[in-house]
Design a protein around this ligand. Sequence first.
Ligand SMILES: [Zn+2]
Ligand SMILES: [Zn+2]
Length: 175
Amino acid sequence: MAIDMRTVLSGEVAKLALDYDFSLTEKDFGFDTNIDGVVFSKPAHVNGEIVNMGGYIGLTATVSVSYSAECARCLKPLERDFEVTFERTVVNRGELVNTSEDEADDYIQIVDGMLELDSVAAEQLLMEFPMKELCSDDCKGLCPKCGKDLNEGECGCPTKEIDPRLAILQKLLEK
Ligand SMILES: [Zn+2]
Ligand SMILES: [Zn+2]
């Protein structure tokens, strides 16, 4: 959503509340918002505020999403929520002249009185999005031989790597 910043710039209001939804998939942000195996079940939500601090304008926003994915080990379907909070200093386009690229990330620019927040929010979200999902940290995964979900119990397949000491013992027993 494009946020009309004119009332803040003119000093008419000191604070703007942010509370809106935007689609992560319907718009072209100039970068890929697809993540393998992840489906965003609802639009992303932005919550936050833009405050005129007297001297500069600060933005704090939390962007949150609900999504479905599957456990990287056992493939169980998962429903998850994820959110990221970020801050920016809001400036008029043209104000940033001698800013290095690193510093430029701390700013968000107003163009013609409007602030386009969605692409920044989407970028921030995707940058910190979990690389892989697990149903639980100690998920045992699937048996590589028979495919059984080992969280539901042992499958009885011989374990691949036999302890070398046990292997010696086994040979002795076979004699
Ligand atoms: Zn799992
Ligand atoms: Zn098995």
